[in-house]
Design a protein around this ligand. Structure first.
Ligand SMILES: C[S@@+](CC[C@H](N)C(=O)[O-])C[C@H]1O[C@@H](n2cnc3c(N)ncnc32)[C@H](O)[C@@H]1O
Length: 273
């Protein structure tokens, strides 16, 4: 177990949608690819007529919220997350979407559906938080129909490279630590883990990077990483103000702060039964 999948830390991070909202706002404002991550993800989904769909770790449901008018009318979707706060956030935003037939608090390590039940299973940006990922992936293969599809997004090792330097250059004494989620389940090692339970795995990459000209969403992003980093032990109120000024100075000198992103999706088919 690492800090990325320590349940106590993960539960605090996702107790409500506050932290995830801050990160999504940052990406929305500063990403150079204006097509948008949520649109791109929905483009990858292939829903056959009358598909039964389940998503694990749905978070605030942003992918469904942003694509409300693209959801096929004949599919049935169940949204699940182990955080009640997150699930309530999704439910509030999606109450008018009839195709989402159920919302359920559920840990992906404890799936109670019968074998060969779903046409589509989704687990976006969440497998790296799961301590017994081997069990979770085998359970996904079990509940998927033989011709079903599993979609899982994650990040690559180079995602947000340079972010740590910004904090450590601001305060060299800070001992800032970022806990790697991609070592658990990332674009580089995800296929290896999926292939134990799926015969066919494709990896698709979303090209993007961040161009930051306003420090506010970046500061909010960095502060949202409680648990993923030790930021809360470093940033006192006074330090946040100083950090804000530090970033403003870099932006006025260089014109912007530019940070690479690395994100994509695994599309796994033909589950091993
Ligand atoms: C980074 S967020 C991703 C949310 C959403 N899938 C997205 O892509 O925007 C990770 C989500 O996974 C949930 N989660 C973490 N561990 C989980 C587990 N073992 N079972 C179910 N959900 C979990 C968290 O509560 C959180 O909502």
């Amino acid at each position: 177990m690492s800090r990325a999948n320590d349940s106590n830390i993960v539960k605090v991070q996702y107790n409500s949608d506050k932290n995830l909202n801050a990160r999504q706002a940052f990406h929305n404002e500063c990403s150079i690819n204006k097509y948008g991550w949520t649109n791109w993800i929905f483009d990858q989904y292939n829903f056959k007529p009358n598909s039964k769909v389940i998503e694990f770790g749905c978070g605030n449901g942003s992918i469904w919220v942003k694509n409300k008018n693209r959801i096929p009318k004949d599919i049935n979707v169940i949204l699940t997350d182990f955080s009640e706060g997150m699930l309530n956030s999704a439910k509030n935003k999606l109450s008018d979407v009839k195709e989402i037939v159920n919302y359920s608090v559920m840990d992906i390590q404890n799936i109670e559906f019968e074998d060969n039940y779903f046409d589509v299973v989704i687990a976006n940006h969440m497998l790296y938080h799961v301590p017994n990922r081997e069990l979770a992936i085998s359970e996904i293969a079990r509940i998927l129909k033989s011709d079903g599809t599993f979609y899982a997004t994650t990040n690559g090792a180079n995602n947000m490279k340079g972010l740590k330097d910004l904090v450590t250059k601001f305060d060299a004494q800070s001992n800032y630590k970022m806990f790697s989620i991609t070592k658990e389940f990332g674009l580089e090692n995800g296929e290896e883990q999926l292939k134990k339970h799926f015969n066919s795995i494709e990896k698709v990459i979303y090209e993007d990077s961040l161009h930051i000209t306003n420090p506010k969403p970046l500061v909010d992003y960095i502060l949202s990483l409680e648990g993923h980093t030790n930021i809360n032990t470093i940033m006192t109120e006074k330090k946040v103000t100083d950090f804000y000024r530090y970033l403003e100075d870099i932006i006025s000198k260089d014109g912007s702060i530019d940070i690479p992103k690395s994100s994509g999706m695994f599309i796994a088919k033909n589950p091993k039964k």
